[in-house]
Design a protein around this ligand. Structure first.
Ligand code: 9MR
Length: 330
């Protein structure tokens, strides 16, 4: 049984981030692996503001439309990623905006155009990505925070809900499972939005495991479980949205160690009913943002460079199988 079949048997989604260059090149092996093993896709870049709407009067739909059409043809769901992102992926006409009303108008125009284009084909959107500093328990500095104020998340949710109330709205954050201060602040922010009844559907816990290259702590399934239950207890849906696990090049047992870590993390997340999705941040070790940023050969994904399944694939498959045994569909 493929990963996708096992996920479907448990009523959950298994996703992959799609690299627009490889996908767009028409690579048949890449495309068939994607459709055979996954039932959800996230565009790794193609839906970000800088790519899809690089200038106020210019939209570039090609790469994302092609992905949405592919997903429809293969009965896969689409996770839209992302609208407001303090750190990155945002064009200069936004990051250099100096006037709050002008920024608000850009937000309304952008979201309305996106959501009317995507109506019926994009099920959910990470409307805010990484509102906090990457490695510290404090808000990220951005034009959104400086012009619209601390409560800009509420404003973004309201604008998006007015644009299309059928698209699920998500906030996506990273490293909360390895930085306790960050988890605590994020929990307070989300609890406040929920208490005020803002239209928030779910929380994405990205799940990048970059230790020891970057993250302050090693992968910790208990902390991931704590993160998932925190938001599930607030009545929200939860997804692991960008998982990858770095396998350090000098460790001879690295692929087995990586497999064990993957299995424990996915198991911890899927053991909570509210966790409805695990998405991996890429398809095979041939292409990952990890190698570009942290050095070559970190082999962070489920398939090797040739597209063959690794021990990580087997471990993740076992975790999805156990979810399917616990909550069979139908
Ligand atoms: O993997 C993505 C990389 O190809 C892009 O250049 C980069 C900027 O758009 O974004 C990377 O994806 C990020 C994701 O959108 C949000 N969480 C962290 C991911 C890795 O940096």
């Amino acid at each position: 049984m493929s990963l996708r079949d096992l996920a479907a048997a448990g009523g959950v989604r298994v996703g992959a981030a799609v690299n627009d260059q490889i996908f767009g090149s028409g690579d048949e092996h890449y495309r068939s692996l994607l459709a055979d093993e996954f039932n959800s896709v996230t565009a790794e870049r193609a839906m970000k503001w800088s790519w899809i709407h690089p200038e106020p009067d210019r939209w570039d739909w090609k790469a994302s439309d092609e992905l949405v059409e592919f997903a429809e043809a293969h009965q896969m769901q689409v996770r839209g990623h992302t609208v407001v992102w303090p750190h990155w992926g945002t064009p200069d006409y936004i990051t250099q905006c100096a006037d709050a009303d002008a920024l608000r108008q850009h937000l309304v125009d952008h979201v309305h155009e996106l959501f009317s284009h995507w109506a019926g084909s994009v099920a959910r959107v990470d409307v805010v990505n990484e509102p906090l500093h990457w490695l510290e328990g404090r808000p990220a500095d951005s034009v959104w925070r400086s012009l619209l104020g601390e409560d800009y998340l509420a404003e973004v949710l309201t604008v998006a809900h007015q644009a299309d109330s059928n698209i699920e709205l998500w906030i996506n954050e990273t490293h909360t499972e390895v930085i306790p201060d960050k988890h605590d602040l994020f929990t307070r922010i989300v609890a406040d939005l929920v208490e005020r009844d803002l239209p928030l559907h779910g929380i994405g816990i990205q799940g990048h495991q970059l230790y020891p290259d970057f993250s302050p702590g090693p992968p910790d399934p208990d902390q991931l479980y704590r993160g998932v239950t925190t938001f599930s207890d607030m009545g929200l849906e939860v997804a692991v949205t960008e998982m990858d696990v770095l396998a350090h090049p000098t460790d001879p047992a690295r692929l087995d160690v990586q497999g064990r870590i993957y299995g424990e993390l996915v198991d911890a997340a899927l053991s909570v009913d509210a966790c409805q999705e695990v998405t991996f941040w890429g398809l095979s070790d041939a292409h990952s943002w990890v190698d570009e940023h942290f050095g070559p050969d970190r082999a962070p994904l489920l398939f090797d460079r040739e597209g063959h399944p690794k021990p990580a694939y087997d471990a993740v498959t076992a975790a999805f199988a156990s979810r399917a045994r616990r909550t069979p569909v139908g």
